[in-house]
Ligand binder design. Structure first.
Ligand code: GCO
Length: 445
């Protein structure tokens, strides 16, 4: 009797799992193009579409004193050091933007330059950013300002940073001070870059500052980042309702390594929610990880999309901690380890579409020191983007990551993402062949 019941129950369970997996295989397809049959030059973009590149203060300016420089020293990482000396060379670097024919440039403000000590403001540093904005506008380049791109003052880190919501007023005050100085000329703002990357790398994996490894703390930081964005969004819109404010969201896709596996599928769906779904839901519903965040509900004029790849999930997932990625047989691995998966850009756009706001591609690029993959990578992603726009998606811009080789966080200077190669001994910038391709595409479309 009991054995019969057990057998029937097990049979029903197996049928349920097979049915669920069949549903998921149809609901969450993983498309792969046959790129040999596609004309990558067959692209078109709407009138007024903006072409740009992106950088971040800590990665290019040089000689910072912030949470990252403390972390680099504490963990024995390659120091960011002088980086690209962009703080001194920005006018020459902006000429590179003009040489590429750019009409948009995304860069970040380094809070620790403006407020190196709590309550002590360095207006000279703010004046430099103001001069940057004037120079970009004079070149016909739209400045896109990111207020937080992973780095912040160490005095704020010492208080707990985003892990303690009592610290948010300091962050809001910094954002307001920058906004008051620049919003007469800067109309497009990103509050926070990649909240999920910041929280998981800093609080789950521990490779970013403050180097913690706690899931509860990660969830709290994720929620506080959403809250911080909502508060800043409402504070800045209250000062000037005519600006556009968004978040630069890293959408990494998670696919089961084995599409018939009863283990790989739940893992992929769980990570998809953790990495992407929870944030989108937070903006849509004003609630994240079991708590209300009403300030964040609908707090978005556009959404920035940072797209790089998809991650194949399975029992080998722990290898991710050492940046060991898997790929499909037909995929090409990038120098970072993860595969080139341009088809995922369309999926990422479709994931963000329910937010009902315009999309700006705020980052897309590839680590490719010898420039052997970047042209193919760029042209595939632009083809996918062109198809998405033709299908009706409201994408307003494309910012290639990055203008020039720069400090790649825990990977230091080993990963080279630049359209311009940087010789860090001489600080010479040399346009790579892929940079010429990007320039020519922008000029033609
Ligand atoms: C990130 C950041 C950039 C990176 C880029 C390449 O996604 O980590 O936004 O600062 O340098 O994405 O990894």
């Amino acid at each position: 009797m009991w054995l019969t019941l057990l057998i029937v129950a097990f049979g029903l369970f197996v049928v349920f799992k097979i049915t669920l997996i069949s549903y998921r295989r149809r609901r969450y397809p993983e498309p792969h193009e046959d790129w040999s049959t596609i004309d990558l030059d067959d692209v078109s973009f709407p009138q007024g579409f903006r072409w740009g590149t992106a950088t971040a203060a800590h990665q290019v300016e040089g000689n910072q004193i912030n949470n990252w420089t403390v972390h680099e020293a504490a963990k024995g990482l390659e120091p960011s050091g002088a980086a690209c000396e962009h703080w001194e060379r920005w006018q020459d670097d902006f000429q590179l933007l003009s040489d590429l024919g750019m009409t948009s440039y995304r860069f970040s403000i380094e809070w620790s330059r403006l407020e190196p000590t709590e309550g002590v403001w360095e207006d000279d540093a703010l004046a430099v950013y103001s001069a940057m904005v004037d120079d970009l506008l004079a070149r016909g380049i739209r400045p896109v300002v990111t207020l937080h791109h992973f780095s912040h003052p160490d005095w704020w880190e010492a208080k707990g940073g985003f892990a303690d919501r009592a610290n948010l007023p300091s962050f809001v005050a910094y954002c307001e001070r920058v906004f008051e100085a620049l919003s007469d000329r800067v109309t497009t703002w990103v509050t926070i870059n990649e909240p999920t990357v910041f929280s998981t790398m800093g609080y789950t994996v521990g490779m970013f500052p403050p180097g913690k490894r706690s899931i509860p703390l990660t969830l709290r930081v994720m929620r506080n980042l959403l809250l911080a964005h909502g508060i800043v969004y409402r504070a800045l819109k209250g000062k000037n309702p005519d600006v556009s404010i968004g978040v630069a969201k890293n959408v990494t896709l998670f696919d089961p390594k084995n599409r018939w596996s009863p283990i790989d599928w739940p893992l992929a769906r769980l990570l998809e929610w953790f990495w992407n779904g929870a944030w989108r839901s937070g903006i849509q519903r004003g609630r994240m990880w079991f708590r209300d965040v009403p300030e964040a509900k609908g707090a978005l004029d556009f959404v920035g999309l940072n797209y790089y790849t998809h991650v194949l999930t399975g029992l080998s997932l722990p290898a991710l901690r050492h940046m060991k990625f898997q790929k499909r047989s037909q995929e090409i691995a990038t120098e970072f380890g993860y595969p080139m998966y341009a088809e995922g850009l369309r999926r990422a756009i479709e994931f963000l579409a329910p937010l009902g706001v315009p999309i700006e591609i705020t980052e897309n690029g590839v680590a490719d020191k010898n420039d052997t993959l970047r042209t193919e990578h760029l042209k595939r992603h632009l083809w996918v983007l062109s198809e998405a726009i033709a299908a009706g998606h409201d994408v307003r811009s494309y910012h290639h990551w990055s203008l020039m080789d720069n400090f790649e966080w825990a990977e230091g200077y080993s990963m080279r993402f630049g359209l311009y190669e940087v010789d860090f001994e001489t600080q010479n910038r040399t346009l790579r062949g892929s940079g010429e391709v990007y320039r020519d595409v922008v000029a033609k479309v």
